[in-house]
Design a binder for this molecule. Structure first.
Ligand SMILES: Cc1ncc(C[n+]2csc(CCOP(=O)(O)OP(=O)(O)O)c2C)c(N)n1
Ligand SMILES: [Mg+2]
Length: 341
């Protein structure tokens, strides 16, 4: 036993004091690694000409898994954005569901192949379909939370956005409404310091998104998005608060941006090498993996097992989604115009 392992045995591990079991944290690691592997596969498929576009979330996975973890996966609502791959996986979408959207297949649960890739949704697991204009998910989510409050269902809603998107008017209307009606909602802001090529200081006056929550009458909390357990701690508090009927919380997670904005972008053109390298040291997959290693949970053998299982799952999902039929061209206008039965 190494000195570190020995220390971990005597001091209660951080996750244990947060009420998370060893299995919980290993499962969280699995989802972070699964989301990363799926993300990487999406880029390979796009570069191979199998998908027209990809937008994904490398670096955002840790806070997403942590944020959704306290939720009731069948009863609560998620209103995601285009980087929410890990959040959607934890909420109940499968890798195949997500790849059906990338390939625009007829049985894509998000939109039947009608949306651009990255517009996730799944009625079966209460994930609302994403709209393209950034910011609109916030009032949609506030509406769902308002309905839950009126109907007294006890459901909690979580929505997510980037820091740049918070400059949209829709976001402020949603925050205000949620504050006035003390809605059971969690507003997540995944702050990766860029909105495509536009840096934080040109998009967020005052520099802090979380500080704005105070003006709407509820707490705004900042957490390091590389620290999965800290993200879980603040997310659990926000969830319990919503459940108790005490109203909304805004969670600002500071995350590294490990890739370009999308497959139509090249971040090396507007970020320095040093900045990109510094982000890599904050990779939640590595940081959380090192934590689990330190407490003796993620041995080399276990890590190899997890990686092999994930590779198999992603390979199977890729094949299944690739084989699935495309929508019938005659149905292209379905859901756009009213159709008589
Ligand atoms: C209303 C609106 N304006 C512009 C866009 C184009 N657009 C898509 S994502 C994006 C950047 C958003 O940045 P941020 O909110 O920080 O999220 P990130 O992509 O960094 O995660 C922009 C400008 C859009 N989809 N909708
Ligand atoms: Mg951003």
């Amino acid at each position: 036993m190494s000195a570190m392992e020995a220390k971990a045995r005597v001091t209660p591990a951080r996750h244990t004091s947060l009420g998370l079991s060893d299995q919980d944290v290993l499962d969280m690691y699995y989802y972070i690694a699964l989301a990363r592997a799926l993300d990487e596969r999406m880029w390979v498929l796009q570069r191979a000409g199998k998908a027209m576009f990809v937008i994904s979330g490398p670096g955002h996975e840790g806070c997403q898994v942590a944020a959704v973890w306290p939720m009731d996966r069948t009863r609560d609502w998620l209103v995601p954005f285009y980087r929410s791959i890990a959040a959607c996986l934890v909420k109940g979408m499968s890798p195949t569901d997500l790849l059906l959207g990338l390939f625009a297949r007829a049985n894509d649960p998000s939109s039947g192949g009608r949306q651009m890739p990255g517009h996730y949704g799944h009625p079966g697991v209460k994930i609302l379909s994403t709209s393209s204009p950034v910011g609109t998910q916030y009032p949609h989510a506030a509406g769902i939370a308002y309905a839950a409050k009126i109907r007294k269902t006890g459901e909690v809603t979580m929505t997510a956005i980037g820091e740049g998107g918070t400059s949209q008017g829709d976001v402020h209307e949603a925050l205000n409404w949620a504050g006035v009606y003390k809605l059971p909602i969690i507003f997540v802001v995944e702050n990766n310091a860029y909105a495509i090529s536009v840096p934080l200081h040109k998009q967020v006056a005052g520099g802090s998104v979380a500080a704005r929550a105070t003006g709407y009458g509820f707490p705004g909390v900042v957490a390091d998005g590389s620290d999965v357990l800290e993200c879980y701690r603040v997310a659990k508090e926000a969830y319990d608060r919503a459940k108790r009927g005490d109203g909304p919380t805004l969670l600002e997670f500071k995350v590294p941006r490990l890739g370009s904005h999308s497959s139509d972008d090249q971040q090396e053109r507007y970020r320095t090498k040093e900045e990109i390298e510094a982000d890599r040291t904050r990779d939640p997959l590595r940081v959380f993996g090192a934590y689990l290693d330190g407490v003796g949970l993620l041995t080399e053998a276990k890590r190899t097992d997890v990686a092999a299982r994930i590779k198999r799952e992603i390979d199977e999902a890729t094949d299944a989604a690739d084989r699935a039929p495309s929508p019938d061209p005659a149905s292209a206008a379905r859901y756009v115009f009213f159709e008589k039965d």
